[in-house]
Design a protein around this ligand. Sequence first.
Ligand code: TPP
Length: 553
Amino acid sequence: MSEIPAGEVVAAFLEAAGVETAFGVISIHNMPMLDAIGRRNRIRFVPARGEAGAVNMADAHARVSGGLGVAFTSTGTGAGNACGALVEAQTAGTPLLHLTGQIETAFLDQDRGYIHEARDQLTMLRGASKAALRVRCAADLPGALREAARIARTPPGGPVSVEIPIDIQEGSLARPSSLAPLPPDRPEPDAAALDQLADALAAARRAVLWVGRGRGLGGGAAGAGAEARALARLGFGIVTSIHGRGTIPEGDPMSLGAFNLQPPVEAFYAGCDAMLVVGSRLRGNETFKYRLALPRPLYRIDADPRADGRSYANDIFVHGDAANAMAGLAERLRGRMDIEPALAPDLAAARLAAEAGLRATLGPYERLMDDVQGAVPDDVVWVRDITLSNSSWGNRAPRLSGPRCGVHALGGGIGQGLPMAIGAALAAPGRKTVALVGDGGLALSLGEIATLVQERADVALIAMNDRGYGVIRNIQDRGYGGRHLYTDLALPDLAALAGGLGLPFRRVGDVAGMRAALDRAIAADGPSMVEIDMTAIGPFAIPFAGPPVRAKG
Ligand SMILES: Cc1ncc(C[n+]2csc(CCOP(=O)(O)OP(=O)(O)O)c2C)c(N)n1
């Protein structure tokens, strides 16, 4: 029987899974795999500057492409460095394979001080990822890879770490009978439950559809854009979670976009007589910690059976794949919906009022929001870090046209925007990726700016520079006596940094100069950076001081 090197098995498996781009940091504990990828030359390998960045890149690549993200790390510190980004991929439900080395099988778990050894690495990865598997002998490798892909892509999706000891990587195994990834499980919605849900919705006159991203590949709401649009066309008012942005194009006149919790929207909900939530956790930050008053009755469709009744009581719960469930529901409801004509103008008025409320907080940055909306192409990929501008307007504007157009750090961790922009851009050739980051977040992953330039990722990077952690300062003003402890940060001169890398750069110190700088960055073929000097431009009209809280009184 012919043998095949283990590294080749990994590379061939990824090719069979349709992977075109992988990310990582090379190390003695993953070289057999990366050497095979390089020799076969069918997958683009992107050498990130850190493992966290590599996983963020793979995560965003998967979110934008709809494929499987792939990141390689080393054992121990390398795998540990990946964990924060794995937590984000897990929060977002991104199907991702994290392939990591492990020390030699003969010395595993013995605390002998083997290079890169980490006590209980598998437990660490089990905490950060959806699942973590250890390959215990060469013959197990193909099965472990195929199973990892199945778990990663089964909604709700997530990252799956696979540990492959270096002696196994360096060895060979009998040619496997198949390297095709196992298909994800896609729970089929129960027909009787769909009948019941359709009957209930057919009785509604003012029904709202809340669409999340579904945290899955294909079956997730992001992969079910066509089904969501078909259902929405029956007359529903539409709102999305921030992660679900663009599942229904945000320019749709029946859409509230991601204006999902502002007071005028909550007042609008109060006049509605049903809400159907598809593939959304109704996250705390988007529901005033689950206190936002949503329309009742409330119905839910989710691929995760544990979503039944979670955070909000539901009147009907349908367990199932979002695409199939929404298609089945649309079929049952066709010709039966009788939505009140006043729903559309009421929704439009609520959206306008919500937008006006947001505008009133922005001060000079209202102009930036409008300039970004005016400058970006329709099919822009819009990537956001955790920064004041995103928490206020960037998570709601510009209007996104499709379900794979928006990427943000859903779990709230700073520093992921730059590497996510790189991964997103490599998944969207021919389109422009625009990323909005703060100087604090940028500092955390600054090394990846070299990756951005080296890979010529087509990103316009907008850095909002307020010389420190603006949101934390605002929280300190609100609740800590105005003591700005540990929030004023030195950052390298970005113009000099960009110059040293050959990265086209523009600093903007006044409102009037923003649009031209954005236009130039967006027109550039390849990466460029715009620094918005917030100390020169001034503060927001109303400071943003942390996750939305319900106003008292
Ligand atoms: C990984 C991680 N560490 C710490 C925090 C806490 N944190 C939230 S926002 C923030 C400041 C971000 O600063 P910057 O990127 O400059 O944006 P700004 O708030 O100034 O707009 C920090 C430190 C976090 N969210 N994530």
